[in-house]
Design a protein around this ligand. Structure first.
Ligand code: AMX
Length: 388
C-alpha cells in the first residue's frame, strides 16, 4: 500500500465504537479472513495444526517455519531460558485461592518481571514464553493445595511436557493431554493485531514499559468475559445443556435465545464460516474422545445451533467458533475446572503478543519502533467554565 492511500474516511459515527474497523497499524505475525480464519505469517491455521508449539514460536518470531536444525535450536533456546528466577511458589501461596486464575497469571508475570528484566524486547519475550509452562503448572499445584513433592522443572522437556510434569495429575492419559494442549496452544497463539489483549499489550509496550508489564496488562484485558473468558463460559454452557439428544438440544437453544441469552461457541465478528480452529478441535475430539458426554453435546450443538441461529438474519455467522470445542477437550483429558481455561488461552497468546511487541518496538519504522500510542478523543459535555 502506498503512503498516501486513503484507508478509511473517519466520520463522527466512528467515535465511541472501540476503534472498530479503524486502521491503526500493520501486523507481521497473523491476519484473519472471513473464510479461512487466522493465518500465521501467511499460512492458514488449518495447515499448521500438526506442528509443535515450539515450531510455531519460531514461525511467529522469525516469519518462516523452522527446518529440522532450527527446530532443534528453538527448543534448546527455550530450554535454556525456562528457569524462573525467583520463588514463585511462595508468591502464589500468598494469593487468595478464590481469586480468578487469570489474576494469578497476571500477578505471576508481573512478579517475574520484577525479579528479572533484561530490557531487550526479544530476550524478555522469549524468556517469558519459556517460563509459562512452569507458571501454569505451579498455579494449578498451589491453588489446588497439592504443594508437596512438586517435581523439579526439567527444562530439557518440551513446553507442554514441562507443564504436564509440574501439574503431576494421577490417573490421566498424559499422551492425550499432550495432544490436546499442544493443539490448543498452536491454535490460539495469535489472532491479528487489533484484538483487545494484543492491542493492550502493544499499547503498554509503546510507553517502553517492560515486556512483563505489557503482557501482564494484556492478560488483564484477556480475562474479561467478552474476550478470553468466553472459553470458560462455553464449557459452563455445554454443562448446562446437559444432553446430546438433538430435539432436547434444539429446545434448549431456542429457550436461551427467547431469554435473550447468547448461544456460546457460535458466531464471530470476522469469520463467515465455521472457524477452522473449531474444525481442527472437532477432528481431534472425534479421534480421542468420540464418546465423551460433553463431546457428544458439542457434536449435537454443532448440528443444531447453526440451523436455529440462521433463522435470525441479523446474525452474520451462525457457525461454530473456536471456543465451542476446547473446553470439552480439556475437560476430557482431566482439566475439568473451566475457571482455568482462559489461562491456557493466555499461555498461548503470550507467544503471539510477545512476537508482535518485538515487531512494534524493534522492527517497525526502520527499527525505531512505533511511537507511544495516542489516539484522539473529543471533549464531550465540557463547555469551558471558571470557578466564580
Ligand atoms: N447467540 C445469540 N445471539 C447472537 C449470537 C449467538 N451465538 N451471535 C450473534 N448474535 C447476535 C448478536 O448479539 C447481535 O445481536 P444485537 O444486534 O442484538 O446486538 C446480532 O446477533 C448480530 O451479531 P453479529 O454481527 O453476527 O456478531 P457480533 O460481531 O456482534 O458478535 C460474537 C460476535 C462472537 C460476540 C457473537 O457471535 C456472540 O455473542 N457469540 C456467543 C458468545 C461466544 O461464543 N463468544 C466467543 C467468541 C469467540 C471469539 O470470537 N473468540
Amino acid at each position: 500500500m502506498s503512503d498516501k492511500e486513503v484507508l478509511l474516511e473517519v466520520t463522527a459515527d466512528h467515535l465511541n465504537t472501540g476503534l472498530r474497523g479503524v486502521p491503526v497499524g500493520t501486523c507481521r505475525t497473523s491476519f484473519v479472513t472471513p473464510t479461512e480464519g487466522v493465518h500465521y505469517c501467511g499460512y492458514p491455521i488449518a495447515e499448521l495444526t500438526h506442528f509443535s508449539p515450539e515450531d510455531i514460536v519460531y514461525l511467529l518470531f522469525n516469519k518462516e517455519l523452522p527446518n529440522a536444525q532450527q527446530s532443534a535450536e528453538i527448543r534448546a533456546d527455550l530450554a535454556s531460558r525456562g528457569e524462573i528466577p525467583g520463588d514463585l511458589e511462595s508468591v502464589f501461596r500468598t494469593l487468595p485461592k478464590y481469586g480468578h486464575p487469570m489474576d494469578w497469571l497476571s500477578v505471576a508475570i508481573h512478579t517475574i518481571g520484577m525479579w528479572e528484566t533484561t530490557g531487550d524486547w526479544k530476550e524478555d519475550a522469549l524468556n517469558l514464553i519459556a517460563r509459562m509452562p512452569r507458571i501454569m503448572g505451579l498455579m494449578y499445584r498451589i491453588r489446588e493445595g497439592r504443594e508437596q513433592d512438586i517435581p523439579a522443572d526439567d527444562t530439557s522437556l518440551s513446553m507442554v511436557e514441562r507443564f504436564i510434569s509440574t501439574l503431576g495429575l494421577e490417573d490421566v492419559d498424559n499422551e492425550k493431554m499432550h495432544r490436546v494442549i499442544a493443539t490448543y496452544l498452536v491454535l490460539h497463539m495469535d489472532h491479528g493485531g487489533g484484538n483487545l489483549s494484543t492491542f493492550t499489550g502493544k499499547a503498554i509496550a509503546s510507553s517502553k514499559a517492560t515486556v512483563y508489564s505489557a503482557i501482564a496488562g494484556a492478560m488483564n484485558a484477556l480475562s474479561g468475559p467478552l474476550h478470553g473468558r468466553a472459553n470458560q463460559s462455553c464449557l459452563e454452557f455445554v454443562l448446562k445443556v446437559g444432553t446430546s439428544d438433538p430435539e432436547q438440544v434444539e429446545h434448549f437453544v431456542r429457550g436461551e435465545l427467547a431469554a435473550k441469552r447468547p448461544i456460546f461457541g457460535f458466531g464471530h465478528a470476522v469469520l463467515r464460516t465455521e472457524d477452522p480452529r473449531a474444525t481442527a478441535q472437532f477432528a481431534l475430539g472425534e479421534e480421542i474422545c468420540p464418546d465423551d458426554e460433553n463431546f457428544k453435546i458439542i457434536r449435537t450443538l454443532r448440528e443444531v445451533a447453526p440451523r436455529v441461529l440462521a433463522e435470525n438474519p441479523k446474525i452474520s455467522n451462525p457457525n461454530a467458533n473456536v471456543d465451542i470445542a476446547s473446553g470439552a477437550l480439556l475437560h476430557h483429558v482431566g482439566l475439568e475446572d473451566p475457571t482455568y481455561y482462559t489461562t491456557f488461552f493466555g499461555w498461548a497468546r503470550v507467544i503471539g503478543i510477545g512476537a508482535q511487541i518485538v515487531d512494534e518496538r524493534s522492527v517497525f519504522r526502520g527499527g525505531k519502533g512505533t511511537p507511544i500510542y495516542r489516539p484522539k478523543y473529543y471533549a464531550e459535555q465540557q463547555t469551558l467554565r471558571h470557578i466564580e
